[in-house]
Write a protein that binds this ligand. Structure first.
Ligand code: ATR
Length: 273
């Protein structure tokens, strides 16, 4: 039978197996989807084992999205632009790489949260796998200028270069935040809260109708979203909806059917708030 999995480190608490099982029940497609823990250095080996036992598709989560990108034989345009892969599709002897994170985020923000993203002056915090996944889709959704701020400056520079829109995309430093003015959309794509930390953010970056979005959900989304509420952001959104939407996109890639996401989102929301 066909096997699917999510690879990550740590991955034990991933909600993806539950989401894909629910999509399988809803669509009547039998789904065998498990979580597999792999450190970056073991990922290639773990993928070989997975293929040997019948693995034909996988999700990839932190910190493996950029490693996964390098292991793919071919890529969708959006994965290539992201430089990160969250969805693997086995194609004969090769891995085809896609990235559904950005489409998932945009769908959650525009459809579920009814946010109009067009022309929003946007601050992206972080330049790792998560940030890379969502940046192209945000640009395609019509946001205004995109400022990328990361603790390690060379990674924000590299992401800005990869996006290939120098007129609209500006890498900046954490120390510059006070001089960057107000934003209409602030996206936290850092993993800082997973280590119990948060970048220092001045209130001056919050515009009058600002939406704050954390790509994390659960405990890891608490510090940034608490800051956002206190700083007066009008809309405050965690990453649970994006998680469900990116999973639906991946499910569609593998099974040819796009599941309905609202019921699964509501189920997870009631269990994880
Ligand atoms: P992910 O897939 O979640 O993006 P990642 O690729 O490891 O994971 O990237 C983590 C991001 O969080 C990076 O942008 C990282 O900044 P660096 O590139 O400087 O490492 C950021 N990050 C992690 N801990 C942080 C902290 N304490 N303060 C600020 N940024 C942090």
């Amino acid at each position: 039978s066909k096997h699917f999995a999510v690879f990550g480190h740590p991955v034990a608490h991933s909600l993806s197996p539950k989401i894909h099982a629910a999509f399988g029940r809803q669509t009547g497609i039998p789904v065998d989807y498990r979580a597999i823990d792999a450190e970056p250095g073991q990922f290639t080996h773990a993928l070989s084992d997975f293929i040997a036992m019948g693995g034909v598709g996988a999700n990839v989560t932190l910190p493996l999205k950029q490693v996964a990108f390098t292991l793919c034989d071919d890529l969708t345009e959006r994965a290539r632009r992201a430089g990160a892969v969250n969805t693997l599709v086995r194609n004969g002897d090769t891995w085809h790489g896609d990235n559904t994170d950005g489409a998932g985020l945009v769908r959650d923000l525009t459809d579920r949260h009814a946010l109009d993203l067009r022309s929003r002056r946007t601050l992206l915090l972080g330049a790792g796998g998560g940030a890379r996944g969502v940046a192209p889709a945000l640009l395609d959704a019509g946001i205004g200028d995109l400022y990328i701020v990361n603790r390690t400056a060379q990674r924000s520079d590299a992401l800005a270069d990869a996006l290939g829109e120098p007129g609209r995309v500006h890498p900046r430093y954490l120390n510059d935040l006070l001089s960057l003015g107000e934003f209409d959309l602030i996206v936290n794509a850092t993993s800082a809260a997973r280590d119990g930390q948060m970048p220092q953010l001045p209130r001056s970056i919050v515009g009058p109708r600002c939406a704050a979005v954390d790509l994390n959900y659960g405990e890891a989304a608490i510090p940034f979203l608490a800051w956002a509420r206190a700083a007066g952001c009008r809309d405050v959104v965690d990453g649970l909806g994006m998680l469900v939407e990116q999973a639906a996109e991946s499910f569609a890639r593998w099974h040819g059917v796009r599941p309905e996401t609202d019921a699964v989102y509501e189920m997870l929301r009631s269990h994880h708030d």
